[in-house]
Design a protein around this ligand. Structure first.
Ligand code: NAD
Length: 502
């Protein structure tokens, strides 16, 4: 079912004003056009129309931003700022984002295609929470004291301490599916640790990062501490991951690009955190409460139009309940309203770009050609935007592309299983290991099953539940390191040991 076109005349004047600007990079507290003079179009995926323009940066712009970040780091004004003062700045930025939440939600919706109501209720509050959670960390970033007993210095009186010092200049590269939320997952812990940052948003969704930069100036961040460079991955992104002046790259995106980042980082052996792709299983046990499991598993795949790294894209249902669960999810899919993000009735907005729409449609075609059966969706509603109807496949085989590869769209593949060993083997039969969900009322079974699923997060009777307090990241090819949780700040530090002979 489709609803009407995106209507930009309905957005707030502040949103319209922001869209109307030709945006520049934010470097050293100034707004600077790309040195090469190029710009790139920001497209509304609901209509395919250009709504704004941003700088199309390359290595020279990244170099300028890294220079500013390096100077801000070396001048030590930021590093030596009292922890409580750094905390206040992060809180101020969170407060400003909250004060501008409606504009940020509209920009996110127009830029990415997602429902403005979802951006307002999920993306932005979670982003603001992340800033507030990490704002509490600078004053709690304590090290340890140690009493060494060195065998070759039997008479020495020694004392030592180990401190967490900021790693330095951080390059942050983020994708388009949760542009504001994921930027806070990077900048909040990095700034809390005392690092300076060069952020590159995805070329498809640069607007909210630029808006946040504007708010950072208002909050009073010193120049150079937080910089934003917009542009493509193969130019601006690659310049960040290979730059010798960057000490750490924190990346969220595809596994394929994660490998390129890793290779580029070898030049100066920069530290790397990688949050990559997924093909997460949702496992419905024979005793599951289906009133919870059916809508829950549907939301696990269709939330954010399936463009979620932890999307529950592989559904495994015990054979005794398979038909009922799959028909229930297909029924939800058939009744979802597909439409523009600004429309209040929209359940599923457009995918982020034509490229993504074509990619997802090619996967659907491949599923059909390889013999899988479509019981909901499988097509697009037409029109100018990049929409794909929510789709459910059954009669799949484990070797099919739609079962093995990350589709990153509203496409579910469902398979029955016989017993617990069978479902563990099928759930783990993937190079990814980001998320998983188990739907069951049997607490003892859940505790036995969860540790056997090779995934960074296992949800029980829920899916895609994230929070700044919960460590998040992947096993296997889903990444390196963890974001969120109290240890996330430490990932932006080096441990420095100081040994004193008394
Ligand atoms: P992508 O890897 O194509 O792009 C992500 C970012 O990397 C963008 O900013 C892009 O410009 C940049 N980039 C592209 N090529 C680059 C290069 N050669 N060097 C440096 N930077 C480069 O991913 P995407 O299509 O934007 O996002 C979808 C992917 O992100 C999916 O695979 C999804 O699973 C993953 N993702 C993972 C998480 C997580 O936390 N694990 C969260 C969200 C998305």
């Amino acid at each position: 079912m489709t609803v009407a076109m995106n209507d930009l005349s309905t957005v707030r004047p502040a949103t319209r004003d922001f869209l109307g600007n030709e945006h520049k990079n934010f470097i050293n507290g100034d707004w600077r056009p790309a040195i090469g003079g190029k710009t790139l179009a920001v497209i509304d995926p609901a209509t395919g129309e250009t709504v704004s323009r941003v700088a199309d940066s390359d290595a020279a712009d990244v170099n300028a931003a890294v220079g500013a970040a390096r100077r801000a780091f070396e001048q030590r004004q930021w590093q030596q700022m009292k922890p409580a003062a750094r905390e206040r700045l992060l809180h101020r930025l969170a407060d400003l984002m909250e004060a501008n939440i409606d504009v940020l939600a509209e920009l996110e919706s127009i830029d990415n295609g997602k429902s403005v109501a979802v951006a307002r209720a999920v993306d932005l509050p979670c982003a603001i929470d992340c800033l507030r959670f990490m704002a509490g960390m600078p004053s709690k970033l304590n090290g340890s004291t140690l009493k060494p007993s060195v065998p070759f210095l039997p008479d020495a009186e020694l004392f030592a301490y180990a401190n967490h010092v900021p790693v330095g200049v951080v390059g942050a590269i983020v994708p388009w599916n949760f542009p504001t939320l994921l930027l806070t997952w990077k900048i909040a812990p990095a700034l809390a640790a005392g690092c300076t940052v060069v952020l590159k948003p995805a070329e498809e969704t640069p607007l909210t990062a630029l808006f946040v930069a504007k708010l950072a100036t208002e909050a009073g961040f010193p120049p150079g501490v937080f910089n934003v460079v917009t542009g493509y991955g193969h130019t601006a992104g690659a310049a960040i991951s290979s730059h010798p002046g960057i000490d750490k790259v924190t990346f969220t995106g595809s596994t394929e690009v994660g490998r390129l980042i890793l290779q580029a980082a070898t030049g100066n052996l920069k530290k790397v955190t990688l949050e990559l792709g997924g093909k997460s299983p949702a496992i419905v046990m024979p005793d599951a409460d289906l009133d919870i499991a059916i809508p829950g598993a549907a939301s696990g795949i269709f939330f954010n139009h399936g463009q979620v790294c932890t999307a529950g894209s592989r559904l495994f249902v015990h054979k005794s309940r398979f038909d009922k669960v799959v028909e229930g999810i297909a029924d939800i899919a058939r009744n979802m309203k597909v439409g523009p993000g600004l429309h209040p009735d929209t359940d599923i907005g457009p995918l982020v770009s034509k490229v993504q729409q074509d990619r997802v449609c090619a996967y659907i075609a491949s599923g059909r050609e390889s013999g899988a059966e479509i019981i909901a969706g499988g097509d697009t509603p037409g029109g100018g935007g990049y929409f794909v109807n929510p789709t459910v496949f059954v009669n799949t085989r484990p070797d099919m592309k739609i079962v093995r590869e990350e589709i990153f769209g509203p496409v579910l593949v469902a398979s029955p299983y016989d017993d617990i060993e069978d479902v563990i083997a099928q759930a783990n039969d993937t190079p990814y290991g980001l998320g998983a969900s188990i739907w069951s009322r049997d607490v003892s079974m859940v505790h036995r099953l969860a540790p056997r699923i090779r995934a960074g997060t296992v949800w029980v009777n829920c899916h895609n539940v994230i929070d700044a307090a919960l460590p998040f990241g992947g096993f296997k090819e889903s990444g390196w390191g963890r974001e969120n949780g109290i240890d996330a700040v430490k990932a932006f530090t080096e441990t420095q040991t100081v040994v004193l002979s008394l």
